[in-house]
Design a protein around this ligand. Sequence first.
Ligand SMILES: Cc1cc2nc3c(=O)[nH]c(=O)nc-3n(C[C@H](O)[C@H](O)[C@H](O)COP(=O)(O)O)c2cc1C
Length: 345
Amino acid sequence: MLYGLTRPLIFRMDAEQAHRLTILALKYLPKRPVPTFAACLGQDVAGLHFPSPIGLAAGFDKNGEVPDAMLGLGFGFVEIGTVTPMPQEGNEKPRLFRLTEDRAVINRMGFNNDGQDMVRGRVSFRDHRRGIMGVNIGANKDSEDRIGDYRRGVVSMSPYADYLTVNISSPNTPGLRQLQSPKALKELLKLVRETRGERGPPIFLKVAPDLAEDDPARIARVALASKIDGIIVSNTTIERPEGLRSAHAQETGGLSGRPLKAKALEALRAFAAATKGKIPLIAAGGIETVDDVWDRMRSGASLVQLYSALVYEGPGLAMRLNGQLAKRLEDEGIANIADIVGADL
Ligand SMILES: Cc1cc2nc3c(=O)[nH]c(=O)nc-3n(C[C@H](O)[C@H](O)[C@H](O)COP(=O)(O)O)c2cc1C
């Protein structure tokens, strides 16, 4: 309601400035207490207890400034990052575009972030009891040892992360997605797993939706062999589906939001078929309604994440989805959210 009134003002601002203002407001306004979640929404995934399956995707809070404020808005978990070893400016501005008519976003931010030392310092004070905070790690653009950058991310962030996400799927760091090829992926995941050791946080792998037909099976095979704890499907797409109406539709970068929905769901189904329940899947891409959450979970996702829909729906979205999801479970006589995971497979 309130967001409906302020949205026109926010949308008149440059998208990145509006985002910065949002982060500052979340950072300095009093934090809400963490809401009480309906018990039917809680489940254990990868050894962690998630009070709701609805999470905040990476990229919203790249620098770990507001994880606790976002948990207060009703997210069951929050993923900060992508964080790289060294601080990085990212690409030239403008690099973030709203595609309002398409309920979408295009970004070519290029991993702008404060670097792992600064982010670690910031989140080291937080109270972990407030909720689950994952840390998404990546490589610096000018790094000569990209795989080594992930190792540094694991060493630096493990003590503060409830889980780590290995992000090899951003389209905005040239060459990064090549780490999804089986040989490079095997080397990367082996190193990451060894560095984490037996007692570190669970590790998720985040993949792109732009995959060749046999990529999901190949990536899944490596992920399973490397004993990775989950796969996030997916990041933004470099493709531009037909029918986009917004003036910014042909900007370079990763497309997210509603036009990514069908593609991300298709990629999720391919990973579900390839992994057969042996590894938890986390769905992202165009999730905006309770039907989207329901479809992804029935298609094999244990958890979901969203970002772009927040831009259009405002800060009450996670709470609204929690309420609708709990009601749907009750209406259908289903005791717990875990019972619908993979029901369509
Ligand atoms: C502005 C913006 C920045 C993003 N930055 C990152 C990032 O740093 N790391 C990452 O793994 N994903 C990043 N993403 C991708 C999101 O985490 C998510 O996978 C993608 O946007 C699809 O979800 P959505 O359609 O709900 O936005 C970013 C997305 C947007 C819109």
